[in-house]
Design a protein around this ligand. Structure first.
Ligand code: TRP
Length: 321
């Protein structure tokens, strides 16, 4: 067997630590305090998110996996042989295996994730299971520009499952997709998972699971600040809060202060009122048509779309112009 370090190509473009500090100080200086959601995914956060994906209430992962399994032959036919698959936010690289098993002689898999340990482990495991595949792992913040390996003989396909696109505002999503469209121009495509608008009670349950894993995931941000930025948050004085904002078509996620208190981060003090919220994430939901219009405005030609029987989740194939 090849030694681990030869199985994959690994590039460490992880953002420096001061970015987290800057983001927290800047975010806490705003009238509506906020922390960008990408910081949820430290080591522990990534583990908790993998747990969320297994929860009975969290339907997106299960539904998207079922869609991939059911329609992957159609997806593979549209993609063709020797493709270069680039996954943004590859996590444990579970979903991509379903696709790889259906593709005709896939050439390369480029996994991009901000969580270094999970990325390396998952890429090595994948390289062992797919010995013919060139596996490249890039630890990077994919919302910023970073270099990609050159395209191969087949189609370049960006794989962006999990409805992570919903964690951007619609304007940010359009901007992000426009950048992708530019990277993929000349015959490339994007296969993207998008969570659909639905009965708010189903959405509410997905972000307020009965075991409290989602709460732990959200509050882990405070633990991370305590550890990495010398914070003094007492986690018992905060709670997880998530609800559907119907007018804006999105789940909004906050950490709520249970009392009036002062907290310190890196020697700076911040005041929080009772009931004051720190915004940690939005998860925008789209109808199929809303998303196709957004993709079109971003410079893609919306092609096939796959939806489950209950209309919970969608997978879109977008072609770059
Ligand atoms: N991309 C996931 C989503 O929007 C992330 C997520 C799931 C999440 N549950 C969460 C983020 C709870 C913050 C808090 O569905």
């Amino acid at each position: 067997m090849k030694p681990t370090q030869d199985l994959i190509e690994f590039h460490d473009l992880a953002p420096p630590q001061e970015r987290f500090l800057d983001a927290v100080l800047e975010g806490f200086g705003r009238p509506q305090k906020q922390i960008p959601c990408k910081f949820l995914y430290d080591q522990r956060g990534s583990e908790l998110f993998e747990e969320i994906c297994e929860l009975p209430e969290y339907y997106p992962t299960r539904t998207e996996m079922a869609l991939l399994e059911r329609y992957r032959a159609d997806m593979a036919a549209a993609i063709g042989p020797y493709c270069q698959l680039i996954e943004f936010g590859s996590g444990a690289s579970r979903k991509v295996r379903l696709l790889l098993d259906a593709l005709d002689r896939p050439g390369a898999y480029v996994a991009v994730d901000i969580s270094k340990v999970l990325l390396r482990q998952s890429a090595v495991a994948l390289a062992r299971d797919y010995p013919e595949l060139d596996v490249v792992a890039i630890c990077a913040d994919y919302t910023r520009e970073f270099p990609l390996p050159p395209p191969g003989a087949g189609m370049r396909v960006a794989f962006f499952p999990g409805s992570t696109i919903g964690n951007f505002t619609p304007a940010e999503a359009e901007h992000f997709l426009a950048n992708c469209a530019r990277t993929l121009r000349g015959g490339g495509a994007m296969l993207i998972g998008v969570d659909l608008k639905k009965n708010p009670s189903v959405l509410h349950a997905a972000y307020n699971d009965s075991l409290g894993v989602t709460a732990d995931f959200n509050l882990n941000l405070l633990t991370r600040i305590n550890r990495e930025l010398g914070g003094d948050f007492d986690l018992d004085r905060f709670r997880h809060l998530a609800f559907y904002n119907d007018a804006r078509g999105r789940i909004e996620i906050y950490i709520e202060s249970l009392r009036e208190q002062t907290v310190a981060v890196a020697g700076r003090k911040f005041h929080l009122g009772k009931g004051e919220r720190i915004h940690t994430e939005d998860s925008c939901k789209y109808s199929v048509d809303e998303f196709r219009s957004l993709a079109q405005r971003s410079g893609f030609i919306p092609s096939a779309v796959w939806v489950d029987g209950q209309g919970l989740f969608s997978l879109h194939l977008l072609r770059a112009r």
